[in-house]
Design a protein around this ligand. Structure first.
Ligand code: NIG
Ligand code: FE
Length: 434
């Protein structure tokens, strides 16, 4: 059973000799093929090339029973890879959106017990089935927006049972949908209420209007109870810590990362969003697959990343939504680093998983070229979730995850037309879904 897409105006991100990631100056190169065909069978990319060759009969087609799509005037892209999301969450936080418009910062909202803790309270009251149903709506949404592989984090449970509940929901998403899923354990996303000395708490001590944090005890819980359990149920591929001012320090991050590595959990860290937290350096030291956010990145962070295998992953949706200064993407690329982009889909700092919009923000806010953003949301994003051998480009033998656009003039039109829905047909594992 196969699928043949014919008369493609432009087949984007083709690779004859696949690479795992693209760095520096090379990010502005993009391989494309005009007037092309793409042949898929058994869920994989079988072949691609020029229509002339197909018409001349030099391409071997599956004997019979394959479907044909005529893509005249349309472009075909490899599906987006989104290597950083928190799309399993309960409810939404639009009240905080209004607080932000009125002038409160993300950190002020968090200090008042809003933010991540607000989502944690709601998630704890939500059953596993209900959480799956709510999350499934978001998964269907991002599939229709062109995403074919996604990383999803825990981190709104913040008790052992609720973190496990979130990770089981992620596993169920992986088993239910055709989208490729990678799972990350983020027990250290915030210090939960019970460890902040709230009245009635049996861990912390309430000290008037101030809240004394018992971070060390919570870190111990993550290390001694959560990580071993998560690993024993094989619920996560990666481990994350929110290493930033007001959340977890570089030292705490280091302890947690070392504990995760003992169980084979590779780090992928939240780093340097709110301050120069040292998170980038910790990530590089422990061989993180990616360090993410990086709004606060200077020469020392760039120096640490150069020569490492760690992918800097930028989340322009959250910097845009929170009004934070943008990460220095241009400087990073010009220094020779690779860059990946992700949506950070979550209820507090980026309530959108739309990777096409992320491409536009990459161009408009981060001053990345269209070719650079396309590399950043495909092959480099695949790398940031350990998938670049099988996803992130049009290469023979890779998973047949692609989308067909509406009729349009060029690939630059994708990030340029930032508010238009340009994706017409979604194909995952060689099957037409939308
Ligand atoms: O990546 N920065 C930390 N975590 C999320 C926000 C989570 C939330 O506010 O709910 C982020 O932006
Ligand atoms: Fe995040």
């Amino acid at each position: 059973m196969g699928l043949l897409i014919k008369n493609i105006r432009c087949l984007v991100q083709t690779e004859e000799n696949p690479v795992l990631k693209i760095c520096g100056k090379e990010m502005s190169d993009l391989n494309t093929l005009s007037d092309a065909f793409l042949l898929m069978s058994n869920g994989k990319i079988e072949d691609f090339g020029r229509m002339d060759d197909l018409n001349a009969g030099t391409v071997s087609l599956p004997g019979s029973g394959y479907e044909e799509i005529d893509a005249t005037g349309r472009l075909v892209f490899p599906s987006f890879c989104d290597p950083h999301t928190h799309l399993v969450f309960a409810g939404s936080r639009e009240k905080e959106f209004t607080d932000k418009i009125r002038g409160l910062s993300y950190e002020e909202i968090a200090k008042r017990g809003g933010g991540i803790l607000n989502s944690a309270r709601l998630l704890r009251k939500t059953s596993e089935d209900e959480l799956f149903e709510q999350s499934a709506v978001r998964v269907n949404e991002i599939i229709s927006q062109g995403t074919g592989a996604v990383e999803i984090k825990s981190g709104y449970g913040l008790t052992t049972a609720d973190e496990i509940k979130m990770l089981r929901v992620i596993r169920r998403i992986r088993e239910t949908f055709d989208i490729e899923v990678r799972s990350t354990f983020l027990g250290a996303h915030a210090v939960p209420d019970e460890y902040r000395g709230k009245p009635g708490s049996n861990v912390g001590k309430y000290v008037g209007q101030y809240v004394e944090q018992y971070v060390e005890q919570y870190v111990d819980l993550v290390i001694n109870e959560m990580i071993p359990l998560v690993a024993s149920e094989q619920l996560a591929d990666y481990i994350d810590v929110f290493c930033d001012r007001g959340f977890f320090t570089a030292e705490e991050t280091e302890r947690i990362v070392m504990a995760g590595l003992k169980y084979g959990l590779i780090p992928k860290l939240h780093a340097n969003e709110l301050d120069y937290s040292g998170g980038v350096q910790v990530g590089v030291k422990y061989g993180a697959l990616s360090v993410d956010h990086l709004e606060c990145t200077g020469d020392a962070e760039i120096e640490a990343l150069l020569g490492s295998q760690t992918m800097p992953t930028l989340l322009p949706g959250s910097a845009f939504f929170l009004g934070l200064p943008d990460p220095p993407a241009r400087k990073m690329i010009d220094s020779g680093l690779p860059v990946a982009l992700a949506s950070d889909y979550n209820p507090g700092s980026s309530p959108s998983g739309n990777m096409k919009l992320i491409m536009s923000l990459g161009c408009i806010r981060l001053k990345m070229l269209p070719e650079e953003v396309i590399n950043a949301v495909t092959i480099n994003a695949a790398y940031a979730m350990g998938l670049s051998e099988t996803h992130g480009s049009i290469a023979r033998g890779k998973v047949a995850n692609v989308f067909i656009t509406r009729e349009m003039s060029s690939y630059e039109y994708m990030p340029y037309a930032f508010g238009s829905d340009l994706i017409e047909t979604v194909i995952l594992k060689g099957k037409v879904l939308v």
